[in-house]
Design a protein around this ligand. Structure first.
Ligand code: SF4
Length: 238
């Protein structure tokens, strides 16, 4: 892992430049999951574990959000029926259990509404800090950093943290990312992580923040092929 610069002031300045450049490079960056309420986002995030956002959107858009509108709808349906409805997202038995428990907790403890604070959100079944922060940031408009796999990898490569634990990475990022930018910062890292700073072989040669990135193993660009001589001729001879 690259060494993180020690000064938080320097890191703060670097973060502002990173945000500005990534914003220009990925003007379409936003949360990839579709939702129209905090409750729908909560369900979508539970389904998104070990599943692509596209598949979750396909399931929620075609069926789930039309058939189930309230926590009561999910809590009362037989588990087998909900399992069949969310099956394409994988791990459907665990997800059904988490969704039904979560909805039961929402009904019993929060009047059927999704709480708008971290302390209450993380008491819900299937909801960790990442999910809670994503709900707070994207559905309630609060400053929050949800550390998913892309945010974690890019924060490490960009030298903004030396930690491996998502909660500690969140604690490192929170003071250096301006509050007003925190939610969008995560979207930018997610888009950059999918398009350029991919996990196995980051495309450093086409990265707009490469001069701000201390990642030690920057991958080289594609090798320029020398023009090949015409068939039967020696190189350099016409
Ligand atoms: S320079 Fe390479 S490692 Fe650093 S952020 Fe860009 S793509 Fe990722």
């Amino acid at each position: 892992m690259p060494a993180a610069p020690k000064s938080p002031i320097k890191n703060g300045e670097r973060v502002k430049k990173i945000i500005a450049r990534l914003h220009r490079a990925h003007p379409d960056a936003k949360l990839a999951l579709n939702f129209s309420s905090p409750f729908e986002l909560l369900i979508a995030l539970i389904l998104a574990a070990q599943c692509t956002d596209e598949k979750v959107n396909a399931v929620t858009g075609s069926l789930l959000f039309k058939k189930y509108r309230t926590p009561e709808d999910y809590a009362r349906v037989p588990a087998e029926e909900l399992e069949a409805d969310i099956r394409p997202t994988g791990f459907y038995r665990n997800k059904t259990r988490a969704i039904q428990r979560c909805c039961q907790q929402l009904i019993e403890r929060f009047g059927g509404r999704v709480p708008d604070n971290l302390e209450d959100l993380i008491t819900l079944s299937g909801v960790g800090r990442k999910t809670a922060n994503m709900v707070l940031g994207n559905a309630f408009g609060q400053p929050a950093i949800g550390v998913d796999t892309h945010v974690m990898r890019l924060a490490q490569r960009l030298g903004l943290t030396r930690q491996d634990d998502p909660d500690k990475i969140e604690a490192d990022l929170t003071p250096i990312v301006p509050k007003k930018d925190q939610v969008h910062f995560c979207h930018l890292l997610q888009f950059h992580g999918r398009r350029v700073c991919v996990a196995r072989k980051p495309k450093c040669h086409e990265c707009v923040v490469s001069d701000l990135c201390p990642y030690p193993n920057k991958t080289p660009g594609p090798v320029q092929q020398k023009p090949r001589p015409a068939f039967g001729r020696k190189p350099g001879r016409l």
